[in-house]
Design a protein around this ligand. Structure first.
Ligand code: FE2
Ligand code: FE2
Length: 308
């Protein structure tokens, strides 16, 4: 059993105090009976995977709003998948540690937050009248083994990645008064509680990364690249395109090449790319996967890259 270092304990103690003050029960906090508002998008339209393409022009106003409804449901259902994986990473992290430490108690508190978030996302999907798209079959299968290879460093870095991209998207959504109130409320609760998770993951990651040797670092860089690629390319399930009457295979291809959508992903990941890049985690063969996921700045494609 390891003894928790004092700084780790101080952070956890602070996070536990904030959790006691600012935790939400989405079941009572959100008015689930309120009807959806006619004509309002479910996410900012300029964040849609098809925004700015010829297909987007073809869709017309009503089907564009429908697309934001299904895309938001898809991201939320993938969010539930991420949260399931994160809970497993956290459980493994604390399995052998002393439960009287604040560090372990905060991890348990975070697991509690995530279970409430998953119920919240599930209810929102239901309220939207959408299926729980989730990740595709390949990702679901890889997800099973990803928990086995995402150990400690890459587990926390992967969690940080997902938490930061959702944070960017949801901060924008919660402030946008033109959106469905339900989208905004769910975003707000998630943003407030995830801020603590981000702090916890960041500190734990930095601590473990500093202590890691070159072999472990190379391993985690590669595994992280795979996890990041998988997470980024699975946010929007092709079924959302079929739901608005588009050919899912064609629309998926268009979305994958859509410069506006790539910009959205790069924007959402901007902060975490800078942070992990600074730590030296985006290097080596794993870096290619970051690039393929469209997450590195344009300058990188021309070979002048400050992170290498
Ligand atoms: Fe969450
Ligand atoms: Fe979280």
């Amino acid at each position: 059993m390891t003894i928790a270092p004092p700084d780790r304990e101080r952070t956890a103690e602070r996070l536990l105090r904030t959790s006691a003050k600012h935790s939400y029960d989405p079941l009572t906090e959100i008015d689930w009976e309120a009807p959806l508002v006619e004509g309002r998008p479910f996410a900012p339209p300029h964040r849609s995977s098809l925004y700015g393409t010829a297909l987007w022009e073809e869709l017309g106003e009503e089907r564009r709003i429908e697309l934001t409804r299904h895309e938001t449901a898809s991201v939320a259902s993938v969010g539930v998948w991420f949260e399931c994986l994160l809970i497993r990473v956290l459980m493994r992290h604390i399995y052998d540690q002393d439960p009287t430490t604040k560090h372990v108690q905060y991890a348990l508190t975070e697991i509690g937050d995530e279970t409430r978030h998953s119920v919240m996302f599930a209810r929102m999907i239901d309220k939207f009248g959408c299926p729980a798209y989730g990740p595709d079959r390949v990702a679901r299968l890889l997800g099973r083994s990803v928990v086995l290879v995402l150990r400690q460093i890459s587990g926390f870095a992967g969690a940080l990645f997902v938490e930061e991209i959702l944070d960017a998207l949801q901060r924008e959504a919660m402030a946008d008064e033109t959106l469905q109130p339900l989208s905004r409320q769910v975003s707000r609760i998630h943003v407030v509680e995830e801020a603590r998770h981000i702090r916890y993951a960041k500190q734990e990651l930095a601590r473990q990364w500093t202590a890691a040797g070159p072999f472990a670092r190379a391993y985690h860089r590669l595994v992280l690249g795979g996890a990041v690629y998988l997470a980024t390319t699975r946010l929007v399930h092709p079924g959302v395109y079929a739901a608005v009457g588009l050919d899912p295979r064609r629309a998926r291809r268009v979305a994958a090449r859509n410069p506006h959508y790539r910009e959205t992903l790069a924007w959402a990941a901007g902060k975490v790319v800078a942070e992990l890049g600074e730590l030296g985690m985006i290097k080596g063969p794993g870096r290619r996967l970051w690039r393929r996921a469209g997450l590195l700045p344009q300058a990188d494609l021309r070979g002048s890259d400050p992170l290498v």
